[in-house]
Design a protein around this ligand. Structure first.
Ligand code: RP5
Length: 163
């Protein structure tokens, strides 16, 4: 892409989320979208989280992805501090398999939206694809890449054979 400054910030509450969230980073990289990945927690680093989010838009970031698990407040806190679109990815948790993360990310009270994706890796991948779609609305070259990706995916499925 023409831009080289990050357009997407991928935040996660813990390094332990990276195994899942690297799918978001890999997907953004596949589309050539400049992005940055950071560990920032709503609970453990509240001040640094708010500071990062406040600086994101002035630095040119256009979409934020926020992943967290358990009592997952990160995406909501991020959304409370920015006008940028925030995509939430609930992490699978040991105790409740991510249902806790899903509900605490998706059930935002009216007024502060978080676009919440599926639990775990599919959500991480789809958050990146949705970020690409948001960025593509004013970048024709990215829209063409997204169309090619869909066509490739369709062709792959149609080629599947069963034993
Ligand atoms: C959340 O707690 C993180 O997003 C992570 O999914 C979960 C567990 O974190 P660790 O105890 O592995 O650091 O804040």
């Amino acid at each position: 892409m023409a831009e080289d400054k990050p357009l997407v910030g991928v935040l996660m509450g813990s390094k332990s989320d990276w195994e899942t969230m690297k799918s978001a980073s890999e997907t953004l990289a596949r589309f050539g979208v400049p992005h940055e990945c950071r560990v920032l927690s709503a609970h453990r680093t509240p001040g640094a989280t708010v500071e990062y989010v406040g600086a994101a838009e002035p630095r040119g970031i256009e979409v934020l992805i926020a992943a967290a698990g358990g009592a997952a407040h990160l995406a909501g806190v991020v959304a409370a501090h920015t006008l940028l679109p925030v995509l939430g990815v609930p992490m699978e948790s040991d105790s409740l398999k991510g249902l806790d993360s899903l509900l605490s990310t998706v059930q935002m009270p009216g007024g502060i939206p978080v676009g919440t994706l599926a639990i775990g890796k599919p959500g991480a991948t789809n958050a990146a694809l949705l970020a690409v779609a948001i960025l593509a609305s004013k970048r024709p070259e990215l829209r063409a890449k997204l169309r090619a990706f869909r066509e490739e995916q369709t062709a792959k499925i149609l080629k599947e054979t069963l034993p």
